[in-house]
Design a protein around this ligand. Structure first.
Ligand SMILES: Nc1ncnc2c1ncn2[C@@H]1O[C@H](COP(=O)(O)OP(=O)(O)OP(=O)(O)O)[C@@H](O)[C@H]1O
Ligand SMILES: [Mg+2]
Length: 152
C-alpha cells in the first residue's frame, strides 16, 4: 500500500525554493537543484518583495513602484534560472510577488504550485544573527502543511 501510494506521487515531485539574495538562500537553491536532479522534480523559484514601508500613495506612483520591482525581480530570477540550466540542465518555473514573504511562500507552495517540499535558508539578509531561524523561515515552518527543508 505504502509503495503504491509512493509510486502514485513520489516525494519531491514539485519543489518550491524561496530566495532572497542571501548566501543561505543561494545554498538552498543549490541543494534544491541537486535534489531535483536526483528525483527528476519540477522546481519553482519564488522571490517575494515586501511592500515599500514608504508606500507610494498615488496610482501612478504605485505603478512605478511595481514596474521597478518587477524589473529587479525578473533580472534576479533570470540569473538564477540561467545557473540552473547551465549547471544542472534544469528549467525552473520563476515566480515573484509583492507581499508578506512567509504568507506568500506558504500560499504559493500549497495553493499555486501544489509543492510537496519547500526549501529555504535558515537565515536571510536580516542583520540580527543570534537566532537559528529568521522570522520568515520560522513562520513558514510554523504554518506550512508541507514538509520544509531548512538549509544552513
Ligand atoms: N523575500 C523573500 N522571498 C523569498 N524567500 C525569502 C524572502 N525572505 C526570506 N526568504 C527565505 O527565508 C530564508 C530565511 O530568511 P529570513 O528572512 O527568515 O532570515 P533573516 O533575513 O536573517 O531574518 P529577518 O528577515 O527576520 O531579519 C532565506 O534564506 C530565504 O530562503
Ligand atoms: Mg529576512
Amino acid at each position: 500500500m505504502v509503495e503504491l501510494a509512493l509510486r502514485a506521487s513520489p516525494p519531491f515531485s514539485k519543489i518550491l525554493v524561496a530566495v532572497d539574495r542571501s548566501e543561505n538562500s543561494n545554498r538552498a537553491l543549490e541543494y534544491t537543484l541537486k535534489l531535483a536532479k536526483l528525483h527528476d522534480s519540477k522546481v519553482t523559484i519564488l522571490h517575494v518583495v515586501e511592500p515599500s514601508p514608504s508606500a507610494p500613495e498615488t496610482h501612478t506612483a504605485i505603478r512605478a513602484f511595481e514596474i521597478a520591482v518587477e524589473d529587479e525581480a525578473r533580472k534576479f530570477l533570470d540569473s538564477l534560472a540561467e545557473r540552473a540550466q547551465k549547471e544542472y540542465g534544469i528549467k525552473p518555473e520563476l515566480k515573484w510577488q509583492i507581499g508578506h514573504p512567509a504568507k506568500v511562500i506558504v500560499d504559493v507552495a500549497e495553493k499555486t504550485v501544489g509543492a510537496d517540499l519547500i526549501v529555504m535558508g535558515s537565515r536571510g539578509l536580516g542583520g540580527f544573527k543570534e537566532l537559528l531561524l529568521g522570522s520568515v523561515s520560522h513562520a513558514v515552518v510554523n504554518h506550512a502543511r508541507v514538509p520544509v527543508l531548512i538549509v544552513r
